[in-house]
Design a protein around this ligand. Structure first.
Ligand SMILES: NC(=O)C1=CN([C@@H]2O[C@H](COP(=O)(O)OP(=O)(O)OC[C@H]3O[C@@H](n4cnc5c(N)ncnc54)[C@H](O)[C@@H]3O)[C@@H](O)[C@H]2O)C=CC1
Ligand SMILES: O=C(O)C(=O)COP(=O)(O)O
Length: 387
């Protein structure tokens, strides 16, 4: 029986997909699998029993990926499963920046008891007028699951859309509307656009990518949208830009004490993926990944190990080995099995940067001695024998 623990609430429709070999546990140290959304795991210690973490969502900057890889813990995310939820909120964010909807609604609430509200509305509404999105230029930085949806939808609102992503996947490129203009440099996008939205992961490379230097290249009064992560934007530089008017509105899904009360900032409490549909999609995908890994050894959508899929495990035992990507690992595994007089019916080996994964279907029993001997090979991080 495998045990799973949820560090954040995970949609029941996903958890219901766990079969009879799985049960929930309140004790994280008893878990074979952890499901998580945005809970911070960077300082958490992991029990040696833990085999897998599934992030029901996209961003994995809350999880120590490298340490997990070293400890033989495979980390998954759920690519694209919440992208539509974020896309819709980004479109709402652009509309909130273009029209003073928030100011107008606040004004109505302040005057809700005024018997004359209908008449004074017509006098006061000019205070809250705005502009339209049609005909404006939108720059989308990062054309992954979310960026592509935002870019394509904006074309239907009549916007002229520029896209920038030097690492765009073939899949995303196929999905992108032909009317999106390809910005070859991010500076080109900064110079052209009235609205700029970022959809890249938070990494050491992207941290602080929006700062006083990049803002100085943008049009005065630009609107910047950040539904990716707070650290992509230098908070101090953004406050200065809002105060000076260099940036008209900063629409962000990430409240910080620095930005929350600043005039021109439109701050949302991380609601991008908080829709029934996104939560259900993420939970279902995360549970599927965990079950496939624990029962079949398959890795699909990992962010710290290579994807590797040998299909459903059959009658024969399956040995799965997480190991370093160094020479002669396969040679040692097969030599060891040959010495134990074991036949291999199927073998797959995949690597990703410093780490690799080998799956071996064997004919006949895998003894404890064989399992122990594999785990003692230098460079092996975790061995599992699936019966
Ligand atoms: N506000 C919210 O609730 C949510 C926020 N997010 C955030 O949005 C981010 C993006 O999500 P997805 O689109 O699903 O991820 P994704 O992995 O599908 O797309 C990310 C894209 O960014 C590109 N990229 C990476 N570095 C870049 C750079 N320096 N310049 C330009 N492009 C670059 C990649 O090539 C990729 O196409 C996540 O990493 C997460 O931090 C994701 C989901 C919900
Ligand atoms: O998927 C992501 O990266 C998100 O930011 C969504 O976070 P959440 O699952 O809503 O805590």
């Amino acid at each position: 029986m495998y045990k799973y623990h949820c560090l954040n609430p995970i949609a029941p429709v996903g958890l219901e997909k766990f079969d009879e070999d799985f049960t929930g546990t309140e004790k994280v140290q008893d878990a074979d699998a952890i499901l998580v959304r945005s809970a911070l795991m960077c300082d958490m210690e992991f029990d040696s029993k833990l085999k897998v973490i599934a992030r029901a969502g996209a961003g994995v900057n809350n999880i120590p990926l490298e340490r997990c890889a070293e400890e033989g813990i495979v980390v998954f995310n759920t690519p694209g499963a919440n992208a539509n939820g974020v896309k819709e909120l980004v479109i709402a964010g652009m509309l909130l920046a273009a029209r003073d909807i928030i100011g107008g609604i606040n004004w109505v609430q302040e005057h809700e008891e005024d018997g004359d509200i209908a008449r004074i509305t017509e006098k006061k509404k000019k205070l809250f007028s705005g502009t339209e999105l049609d005909g404006k230029k939108l720059g989308v930085i990062g054309l992954g699951a979310i960026g592509v949806l935002v870019a394509n939808t904006a074309t239907h609102l009549g916007m002229e859309v520029y896209g920038y992503d030097p690492y765009v996947s073939v899949d995303s490129a196929w999905k992108l509307s032909r009317s999106i203009q390809h910005a070859k440099t991010v500076d080109e996008l900064y110079k052209e656009c009235d609205y700029i939205t970022i959809h890249v992961p938070a990494t050491n490379d992207t941290k602080g990518m929006i700062d006083k230097d990049s803002i100085s290249l943008m049009k005065k009064g630009v609107v910047i949208l950040n539904f990716a992560r707070d650290i992509l934007v230098n908070g101090e530089d953004m406050v200065d830009a809002l105060v000076s008017g260099a940036v008209k509105h900063y629409v962000t899904d990430f409240p910080t004490p620095e930005i929350a009360g600043v005039k021109g900032a439109i701050v949302i409490p991380h609601l991008g993926a908080s829709t029934e549909e996104s939560e259900d999609n993420c939970a279902k995908m995360a549970v599927k990944e965990i079950m496939d890994y624990l029962k079949n050894g398959n890795i699909v959508h990992s962010v710290n190990y290579p994807d590797c899929d040998m299909g459903e495990k059959g009658e024969n035992p399956r040995i799965t080995i997480l190991h370093r990507n160094i020479p002669n690992m396969l040679g040692q595994f097969t030599a060891l099995l040959a010495k134990a007089n074991m036949n291999i019916s199927l073998l797959t080996n995949k690597s990703r940067k410093e780490y690799a994964y080998t799956m071996i279907d064997t004919e006949g029993e895998v003894t404890e001695e064989v399992e122990k001997a594999i785990s003692q090979i230098d460079g092996v991080l975790k061995v599992r024998v699936l019966l």
